[in-house]
Design a protein around this ligand. Structure first.
Ligand code: GLA
Length: 393
C-alpha cells in the first residue's frame, strides 16, 4: 500500500536526511474504451484511478539526481549532464527519462532527490509507468519553476517513454494521468488533442465499474505492441492516409476495407481501429444519456474486436470476459452488462460494467472459474473515476 503524504515526507527525511520541498501525485488510469486508437490519431475515453504514484522531492545544489523507490528499496543515481537513453535502465528509466525529456525541450532542471512510492498495480495495464513519469514531471517542473500546460507535459512524458524507455506508446495514458477529473471520463481526440470531460457517475444508477486483474503477465516492451503499431502504419500507407483516423472522418464502412486491403492481417488490424473509434464515440453518447445496456454491448464488442481483429487478448482475459457475461445464480450475481480487456494487451486487466450489488458474486465466480482453468486467481476492485496529477503538499 502506498504511504500517506506524511509518511512519505517522513521517509524522505529518513532517506535523504533533510525535508522534502513537496509531494506530488499522478494516477494510473482505466481506459473505458478506445484501445490502440491513440497512435492512429483516434479517440480514447479513459478515466483516472484513485491509485497514484507519489513523489516526495527536493532540489540539490548540483546536477545530480537520486531516485529511490519505496517499492523495491533501490536507488538510482545519475547526473543530468550526459543523461541520455541507455544511461539509466529498469524502473528508474521512467523517472530519468522524464527529466531528460524536459531538458531536451529546453527546460533546465536543478539536481534533485526523489523518493517514489506507488499503489498503481504494475504490469496490469493500468498505466503505472505513465503515473510515475507524470508525478516526476509535475514535481520537477514545479521545483524548476517551469509552468507547462497539461498537453505539453503529457507529450514530454510520452517522449520520455518513446525515446528514453523505448516503448512506442501513444498519448492516452499520460493525458489521462495529467488531465482527468474526478467523476468524469476524459474523451480525447488524439489528433487535435481536444478534450471533453464526460460525466461518469455510475453509483447513482446502481452500477459500478469492476476492474479485474487477470495477473496474466503483461509485457509491452517485448515487441507485440510495436508490431501492432507498425501494422497500423502499413495499413494507413496502403490506404494512402496520414492516419487510420481518416477512415472515420471519411465515413468508411468496415465492409469496404476488404476491397482496399489485400493482406488479411493488415485488414483485421485496420478494421479494429476503424470500428473501435466508432465505438468510442458511441460509448460517449450512451454514457451521456445513461444508456447503460448499450454501453455494455459496446464494451463487449470492443473485446471481440481486440480478440478477433487486433489479436491482443489472451486465454485468461477471454475467459474472464466470458465468465463475467455468463449467468451466476449460484453466486447471486447478475451477469455484467459488458466486459473487455483494457490497456496495451496480452494480459493485464479486464473491466466490466456491473450491477453494484453483484461485485462480490462476480468476483467469486471469476476466481472459481480461473481455478478450474488452472489460471492464477484474479483480484478485483471497483474503480472510482478520480482526479488527475496534482500537488499533495
Ligand atoms: C498502452 C499505451 C497507450 C495505448 C494503449 C492501448 O497503454 O501506453 O498509449 O496505446 O496501450 O490502447
Amino acid at each position: 500500500m502506498s504511504s500517506a503524504p506524511r509518511a512519505l515526507s517522513d521517509a524522505f527525511q529518513e532517506v535523504f536526511g533533510r525535508d522534502s520541498a513537496g509531494i506530488w501525485a499522478a494516477p494510473g488510469r482505466v481506459n473505458l474504451i478506445g484501445e490502440h486508437t491513440d497512435y492512429n490519431g483516434g479517440f480514447v475515453l479513459p478515466f483516472a484511478l484513485p491509485q497514484t504514484s507519489r513523489v516526495a522531492a527536493a532540489t540539490r545544489g548540483d546536477r545530480i539526481v537520486h531516485v529511490r523507490s519505496l517499492l523495491n528499496g533501490e536507488t538510482a543515481e545519475f547526473s543530468l549532464d550526459g543523461l541520455r537513453p541507455g544511461v539509466v535502465e529498469g524502473w528508474a528509466a521512467y523517472a530519468a527519462g522524464m527529466l531528460w525529456s524536459l531538458e531536451q525541450a529546453g527546460h533546465l532542471l536543478p539536481g534533485m532527490d526523489l523518493l517514489i512510492d506507488s499503489e498503481v498495480p504494475i504490469g496490469a495495464g493500468l498505466s503505472s509507468s505513465a503515473a510515475l513519469e507524470c508525478s516526476v514531471g509535475l514535481a520537477a517542473t514545479e521545483l524548476a519553476g517551469v509552468g507547462l500546460p497539461a498537453v505539453e507535459l503529457a507529450q514530454l512524458a510520452q517522449h520520455a517513454e518513446n525515446d528514453f524507455v523505448g516503448m512506442p506508446c501513444g498519448i492516452m495514458d499520460q493525458m489521462a494521468s495529467i488531465a482527468a477529473q474526478a467523476e468524469h471520463a476524459l474523451l480525447l481526440d488524439t489528433r487535435s488533442m481536444a478534450i471533453e470531460h464526460v460525466p461518469f457517475m455510475l453509483a447513482q444508477d446502481g452500477l459500478a465499474l469492476l476492474v479485474i486483474d487477470s495477473l496474466a503477465e503483461h509485457r509491452l516492451v517485448d515487441g507485440e505492441y510495436a508490431a501492432r503499431r507498425s501494422q497500423c502504419e502499413t495499413g494507413a500507407r496502403q490506404l494512402g492516409l496520414e492516419s487510420l483516423r481518416e477512415l472515420n472522418d471519411d465515413g468508411v464502412a468496415p465492409e469496404e476495407l476488404s476491397a482496399r486491403l489485400e493482406d488479411p492481417v493488415i485488414l483485421r488490424r485496420v478494421r479494429h481501429v476503424l470500428t473501435e473509434n466508432t465505438r468510442v464515440l458511441a460509448a460517449r453518447e450512451a454514457l451521456s444519456i445513461g444508456a447503460y445496456a448499450e454501453l455494455g454491448e459496446i464494451l463487449s464488442a470492443s473485446h471481440a474486436s481486440q480478440r478477433d481483429d487486433f489479436e491482443i487478448t489472451v486465454p485468461e482475459t477471454d475467459t474472464l470476459v466470458e465468465t463475467l457475461m455468463a449467468p451466476h445464480q449460484d453466486h447471486g450475481a447478475q451477469p455484467a452488462l459488458g466486459a473487455r480487456q483494457v490497456g496495451g494487451g496480452f494480459g493485464g486487466c479486464v473491466i466490466a460494467l456491473i450491477d453494484a450489488d453483484s461485485f462480490e458474486g462476480l468476483l467469486g465466480a471469476v476466481q472459481e472459474n480461473a481455478r478450474r482453468h488452472g489460471f492464477t486467481e484474479p483480484t478485483g476492485f471497483l474503480a472510482q473515476p478520480s482526479a488527475g496529477a496534482r500537488r499533495l503538499s
